[in-house]
Design a protein. Sequence first.
Lengths: 181, 181
Amino acid sequence: MDVKILCLGVLSRGEASGYEIKKAFEEGPFSHFHQASFGSIYPALNALSAEGLVACRAQAQEKRPDKKIYSLTAEGRDFFCQALTAQPDHDRMRSDFLFILSFAQFLPPSRVAELIDQRIAWYRESIGRMEDCAATMSTPAGAAFVRGMGLAVYRAAAEYLEDNRDRLLAEVSEPSTLVAE
Amino acid sequence: MDVKILCLGVLSRGEASGYEIKKAFEEGPFSHFHQASFGSIYPALNALSAEGLVACRAQAQEKRPDKKIYSLTAEGRDFFCQALTAQPDHDRMRSDFLFILSFAQFLPPSRVAELIDQRIAWYRESIGRMEDCAATMSTPAGAAFVRGMGLAVYRAAAEYLEDNRDRLLAEVSEPSTLVAE
DNA sequence: GGTTGCATGTAAATGGTTACATGATTGT
DNA sequence: ACAATCATGTAACCATTTACATGCAACC
């Protein structure tokens, strides 16, 4: 499942420029489970164009580069639907936050507190954004379901951090309690 | 935060071979938020050895290649602790499952059901393994905290899928309900 | 007789990010 | 004055995965 398929997915929801596709991965409905940079999106769009899976229409703009608005062709839609039937790869997650935190005993407790507090704030902010998005935009059933799952997971993560923060701090501050029992 | 640091992290919990380090990412305490393959672990270990951050002791084995058991040196431990103080990168997650599911309306409902059921089974299995792991092994405070967070998140994900599965299936089976309201 | 587990390693290919190049407009 | 937003694109670089190479033992 490469960037080309991801672009087709964004375009299946309506025409868009490369710039707008990037935003879909940065802030939009895909932001919490996929990402792509300009350096991969623009070449992907050119390749898709060459393969006839997307159509490109240049919209002239004053004092800016032409905005290239891409849309799915019939072949592109078929290709995308077929790609969706493939068995999904395992999720890949890499969290330096969790890695670092799993060695909390090697860090000063104040740093552990800071890391957790930063992360809680980040989750709360993301949750807020996703709720706004849910309230504002009408979303197809699948996307709404996935957003709901993202919300459920982020809420669980934030709650866990809030509920267990102080316990961890106590444990890393007084390691004797662990050894004593 | 590259594979070298990840290896140092595993080794900070005790000496291990490359093969055992791989297992830590496959089944062990890091499996739900990081991964690494042999092709990256073995070169990383050689580089760390050359830099003096790990020591290597070959354990002869009959009819098998020597098992190379690595352990942290004092410099390795310092280096690792310093690396932990860096501000963690943003988590990167890529989930083809969520991507595909967000286009559920393009798939046959039976396939949507299958995808969700597979995923629920996967979460339940992972949760079981993590609970066993928690019951069996004594873990440092940080690692226990992180595992608890993994459990909380996986449970929330599995529950969401269980609770909302049928609603999504109804929506993708009768799209008229969405349009009608 | 085939797969899985143990055990290490290399080379090629992949797939992607980062940095660069360009440039006007709007906001602080 | 400086940063951010809009807008596209390329090239160099990077890290990692995949496939290959080797080989025995145990299990089914």
